[in-house]
Design a protein around this ligand. Structure first.
Ligand SMILES: [Zn+2]
Length: 121
């Protein structure tokens, strides 16, 4: 996407995914951050450790729910998680927009717009 082809919906969805995944539910994070199901009964010690970390960070997610959600393709899992954040938690989303062109800038704390070049440091 360039400044000429900027699409606010596309930009907003990418921004939510990149910077506000903490507004997703534990299940949504579990099935959008990894492209394989991270479940409790893994035989691999690294996966078991990752599972433990995620349970601590996000709270418990049932393996059956993770497996069931993986029936949905990755792009659709992401789209529905982002949809839910936008429809139910938009008030908690810090939309950092350029004061000059109103486009979403790269991060919630950026003070420079890579679309139009405006700098408000
Ligand atoms: Zn701008």
């Amino acid at each position: 996407m360039t400044a000429d082809t900027y699409d606010d919906d596309v930009a907003l969805r990418a921004y939510v995914l990149r910077h506000f995944s903490h507004l997703m539910t534990a299940l949504e994070r579990r099935v959008t951050e990894y492209n394989a199901p991270i479940v409790s009964d893994s035989n691999h010690s690294k996966i078991a450790k990752l599972h433990e970390f995620l349970e601590d960070r996000d709270g418990h997610v049932d393996d059956a729910d993770v497996i069931a959600t993986f029936e949905t393709p990755y792009e659709d899992r992401i789209a529905s998680a982002v949809d839910r954040v936008l429809s139910t938690r938009r008030d908690q989303l810090l939309e950092n927009r350029c004061p000059h062109c109103q486009r979403l800038v790269r991060t919630p704390i950026a003070r420079q717009c890579l679309w139009c070049g405006y700098d408000w440091h």
